[in-house]
Design a protein around this ligand. Structure first.
Ligand code: DQA
Length: 150
């Protein structure tokens, strides 16, 4: 049980250049470094991924479920991007594969447009970090470790 998966959905590859007022100036590569440093502190490795494709994210959740059952993965810190607000498929994948997920949003989605207020992921997440900037990934990892690490 030595790995944490950090999974990123659509458009997060554009972090740093995309709407910096909402998402800040750090890139996804910067976020990966932050997550790796935090993981090392706790004796964990990071499996850091990003996809713009819903099915690839569903497959990653299924893979996470198998890795957890094999005792190789603790859980997933997941920023599903806009699929948060649309994807029943990701909701079903998390439930079906029995994956402990901490949902992370860089921006405070509740202070933004109404269509960002509903999440299909929140009902099947073990915890949620919203509006803390990219530090939210680190907080999400800490939450996952706090809840699940023996
Ligand atoms: C986001 C919030 C979503 O509403 C948006 O579609 C994103 C990023 C966030 O990290 O704040 O792509 O998940």
């Amino acid at each position: 049980m030595s790995t944490i998966m950090v999974l990123n959905g659509p458009n997060l590859n554009l972090l740093g250049q995309r709407e910096p007022d909402q998402y800040g100036h750090e890139t996804l590569a910067d976020v990966e470094v932050m997550c790796r440093e935090e993981a090392v502190k706790h004796g964990y490795e990071i499996d850091f991924r990003q996809s713009n494709h819903e099915g690839v994210l569903v497959d990653a959740i299924h893979e996470a479920g198998q890795l957890i059952k094999a005792g190789k993965l603790l859980g997933v810190v997941f920023n599903p991007g806009a699929y948060t607000h649309t994807s029943i498929a990701l909701h079903d994948a998390i439930k079906g594969a029995e994956v402990p997920v901490v949902e992370v949003h860089i921006s405070n989605v509740h202070a933004r447009e109404a269509f960002r207020h509903h999440s299909y992921i929140s009902p099947c997440a073990i915890g949620i970090v919203v509006g803390m900037g990219v530090q939210g990934y680190v907080l999400g990892m800490q939450g996952l470790l706090h809840k699940l690490a023996k």
